[in-house]
Design a binder for this molecule. Sequence first.
Ligand code: B1M
Length: 212
Amino acid sequence: MAILEDISLAVQAGKKADVVSLVNQAISDGTTPEAILNEGLIPAMDIVGDKFSKNEIFVPEMLVAARAMSAGTEILKPLLVQAGSEPLGKACIGTVKGDLHDIGKNLVRMMMEGKGIEIHDLGVDVTPEAFVDFIKQNDDLQLVCISALLTTTMPAMEETVKAIEAAGLRDKVKVMVGGAPITQEFADQIGADAYTRDAGSAASKAAELITA
Ligand code: B1M
């Protein structure tokens, strides 16, 4: 669909105002929010990442593309998130220590909200101690979600799981991990309860873990 390609091109060029108007137009034309996300916005970031790897663009261009992408997802948020009356359960989410990438984490949060999960966003660069403190302060917390986008911050994910264990809280919560460099094998290796590849499956898995 031409408009999805236009959305992708506008994100790649970091044209936030164009992304906003194109996403709004796509919605009024009847394009589903899932198609806008999965066929317009997300593929754009893969192209941006590829260009960065090839030294065709640099951090500032990645940053403006990220801002344009976030402006698009903000418009989709109310369409993806339907507030339920009773929360299904309680979770928290954060990007690991040393890692500032938050677009994927924000999408996971939105999809979980869409499933009716009460999810607290601890932000980016979240230390293992901050995860542990949050668990301690929230007796009814059932699930801890950790995101990482850099291979260099994957060890911080393991540190976080170990810190939860060391604090004697591991039996109290389930731990779910994800992000582009994470695999099922890595999740098993660090003792996480679940790994999911994308935001949609993360939300379904979270609902399953919380209600099990
Ligand atoms: Co960065 N960056 N970046 N970056 N960046 C990547 C990740 C990179 C792959 C680009 C590349 O080289 N091709 C590369 C990492 C290489 C590696 O580790 N092997 C990289 C690098 C190197 C860096 C810097 C080191 C660059 C530098 O400074 N020299 C630096 C690090 C800063 C830091 O974190 N300390 C850096 C900085 C940045 C910006 C700040 C400029 C910006 C982030 C802005 C922001 O997030 N607000 C940025 C961006 C935009 C990217 C790319 C282009 C796009 C990331 C993104 O948003 N993707 C990225 C290349 C790429 O991904 N192709 C790249 C879209 C998003 C929807 O996907 O986050 O994967 P993703 O989330 C998915 C799934 O992974 C999953 O669901 C989501 C949706 O379905 N998921 C989960 C995510 N978390 C989950 C948790 C779950 C379950 C599923 O359960 C808990």
